[in-house]
Design a protein around this ligand. Structure first.
Ligand SMILES: CC(C)(COP(=O)(O)OP(=O)(O)OC[C@H]1O[C@@H](n2cnc3c(N)ncnc32)[C@H](O)[C@@H]1OP(=O)(O)O)[C@@H](O)C(=O)NCCC(=O)NCCS
Length: 159
């Protein structure tokens, strides 16, 4: 089989990145998010409502997924939203969030594929940079994706 960036064409087809679709609710999308952090069950109606809200942002808020072409399950996801600023000549910044790969599919370059897709999207929307927060453990992964550490994250929780 012809190899492309270390992956066969069959593999590339099996693990294509695409935008979230409403039918992904039934394909394990929420269960995948539950592997990342606290994510209570989301009803069909709640999912639909949030999906439509996000859709209204068009290309400025994208959630991408990889559906395993064999099992039909969602096995990878990540999101990016575009922040519009006054700084930097009314510049734009991409924020990557909620990157998670199914525990059975890690180490197959899918994380890199998802982050690459989100980064390219931010670039194509005219962002001058793309940023994200991550744990110390995940720093080497993001370095492999071309990111470098800068400053520190601060947070205040309301719940
Ligand atoms: C972190 C995570 C997204 C990585 O996804 P993945 O699909 O397993 O990673 P990939 O296979 O694309 O790895 C790409 C490269 O990073 C390396 N890498 C991945 N995770 C790593 C880690 N924790 N430490 C060191 N290197 C790592 C891989 O070895 C690979 O190196 P290579 O290109 O030289 O072969 C995945 O482990 C995950 O979903 N973790 C749980 C959720 C999470 O922490 N998400 C991040 C929120 S910020």
């Amino acid at each position: 089989m012809f190899m492309q960036n270390g992956s066969s064409l069959a593999e590339n087809k099996r693990f294509e990145v695409r935008s979230l679709e409403i039918s992904d609710y039934r394909k394990g999308f929420i269960q995948l998010l539950q592997q990342l952090t606290v994510c209570d069950s989301v009803s069909d109606e709640q999912f639909r409502e949030r999906f439509e809200e996000l859709k209204a942002s068009g290309d400025d808020h994208v959630i991408c997924v990889i559906e395993d072409g064999q099992s039909g399950k969602i096995i990878a996801t990540g999101s990016v939203f575009v922040e519009k600023k006054f700084l930097r000549n009314c510049g734009k910044v991409g924020h990557i969030e909620d990157v998670v790969i199914d525990s059975n599919a890690r180490g197959m370059q899918l994380g890199k594929k998802i982050v690459g897709f989100l980064t390219d999207h931010a670039h194509s929307r005219g962002c001058y940079k793309v940023i994200l927060d991550c744990s110390v453990e995940n720093r080497p992964f993001y370095e492999k994706c071309g990111f470098k550490q800068k400053e520190v994250q601060m947070v205040k929780y309301f719940i």
